[in-house]
Each structure stands twice: as structure tokens, then as C-alpha cells.
Design a protein around this ligand. Structure first.
Ligand SMILES: [Fe+2]
Length: 229
């Protein structure tokens, strides 16, 4: 089985995986997957607190997969070994916690997942570079190129798209419906192009901390845990 949820923000929102909130886990195994749509946050530093929760997560009855958001320590994240995992490049964090890198296509239970993390932080002025903020939160050209290369290779057809932020057209809906003050960045523009060109069943994203189906194909996810297949 494959599940998806939104931002976990380190220990702040990780309790969504405790047995009371997510009771289905008792029937799962390490062959089942939980995907987190960015702002994972448990690689924030090397503190005992982060280690404790990473260990807690690793011992769960499922394998955790996450894309990066904007609130990640990219220096620490990029220090982990890159592995080839189910068709795409990933960072292996523990035996059952895996970071799905940007612009990759992974095959899980026969379904193709296109992943593209990253977003621009709206609170940069309160953050300090290299301590609470990293410029790698936004993709570089190499990562955009990787995206195009891998989607081309798959004839622009996947089953699911998992991103942290969303296309501009979806931001417009968020702005209108939830009065969100959102900045349209080059990444959002890029995702709009991907949305137009790619055939897919459903697109899930996090970042704006809401649970809502915004169109019949775009779902913003935060606290909910949705079974995908
Ligand atoms: Fe977040």
C-alpha cells in the first residue's frame, strides 16, 4: 500500500504517525510506503532529538519516503549517500527512510511517481543562511534539466506527481479560496509547464498547510493521510 501526507516539520507534526492517528499501520510492513510531500525536517541538525524521532520513524511498520520542502537543512541532507532506488536517484537516510530527489521518476507497486521538491520560504528575513535557511531550497538548472530528461524518457506520462509547492494556476485557486498571500516564483512557473505537458492521474503537494482537493487532479495535503492506491 502507498500512503501520502503533508509536511512533518521535524518533531512538530511527526505525531500524525502515532498509532492513534494512523491506526492502519498495524497491518502494514516495510513493503508499504508513506510519502511525505516536503518539509520533512528531521534532518534539521544532528541533535539527539532529531536522532530520536528519526529512529522512532525508522521503526514504524512502513518505509518512509520524503521529498524536500523549503524548511530542510540541505547541507546535512546532501551529505547522505546517493543511491539508485526503484528507478530514480535518492538519498538513503536509514534502512527505511529515503529522500526522493528532484526530477526523478520512481516505480512503486507498478505506479510511476514523479518527484520534485523545493519551494521558496516566505520567512527568509527571519532566517540565517547556513543555520536556519539554505539557498538550495530552490532548484538549480541541473535539477530542472534532470526533470525534463526523466519526463521525456517516460514520454511525459506518469501516474502521480509529488511536489512541495504547486503550479501557478493552483496558487491562484489557493489565493482566491483561502486568501493566501503567495509569491509566484520561477519554480511555480516551471511546474505550470510540467502540468500542461505531463499526463498523470493525480498531483499531490504540501507547503501551504491545508487539506483540500483544489481541482479534480490537484490535492494539497497537510495533516491528512491518504491511501493512494
Ligand atoms: Fe511547511
Amino acid at each position: 500500500m502507498i500512503f501520502i501526507t503533508g509536511d512533518t516539520h521535524g518533531e512538530i507534526d511527526i505525531r500524525k504517525f502515532n498509532s492513534r492517528n494512523f491506526s492502519e499501520q498495524k497491518n502494514l510492513t516495510k513493503s508499504d510506503f508513506m510519502i511525505i510531500a516536503g518539509d520533512f525536517g528531521l534532518l534539521w541538525d544532528t541533535s539527539n532529538e532529531c536522532k530520536y524521532w528519526l529512529n522512532w520513524l525508522s521503526e514504524k511498520n512502513f518505509t518512509t519516503l520524503f521529498i524536500d520542502g523549503n524548511h530542510e537543512n540541505f547541507e546535512l541532507l546532501n551529505s547522505y549517500p546517493v543511491i539508485n532506488w526503484n528507478g530514480g536517484e535518492a538519498h538513503k537516510i536509514t534502512d527505511s527512510v529515503v529522500h526522493l530527489m528532484r526530477g526523478q521518476v520512481f516505480v512503486l507497486e507498478g505506479y510511476k511517481f514523479f518527484t520534485f521538491g523545493g519551494a521558496k520560504s516566505s520567512d527568509i528575513e527571519f532566517r540565517k543562511e547556513g543555520i536556519t535557511w539554505w539557498k538550495e531550497e530552490m532548484p538549480n538548472q541541473e535539477e530542472y534539466d534532470e526533470e525534463v530528461k526523466n519526463l521525456k524518457f517516460n514520454d511525459w506520462k506518469v501516474d502521480y506527481v509529488i511536489t512541495h509547492t504547486c503550479p501557478i494556476e493552483i496558487q491562484e485557486i489557493l489565493k482566491e479560496r483561502f486568501n493566501k498571500n503567495l509569491e509566484f516564483t520561477e519554480l511555480n512557473r516551471y511546474l505550470s509547464k510540467i502540468d500542461l505537458k505531463t499526463t498523470y492521474k493525480h498531483w499531490y503537494f504540501g507547503h501551504n498547510h491545508l487539506d483540500e482537493n483544489l481541482t479534480d487532479k490537484h490535492t494539497i495535503i497537510y495533516n491528512n493521510i491518504i491511501r493512494i492506491n
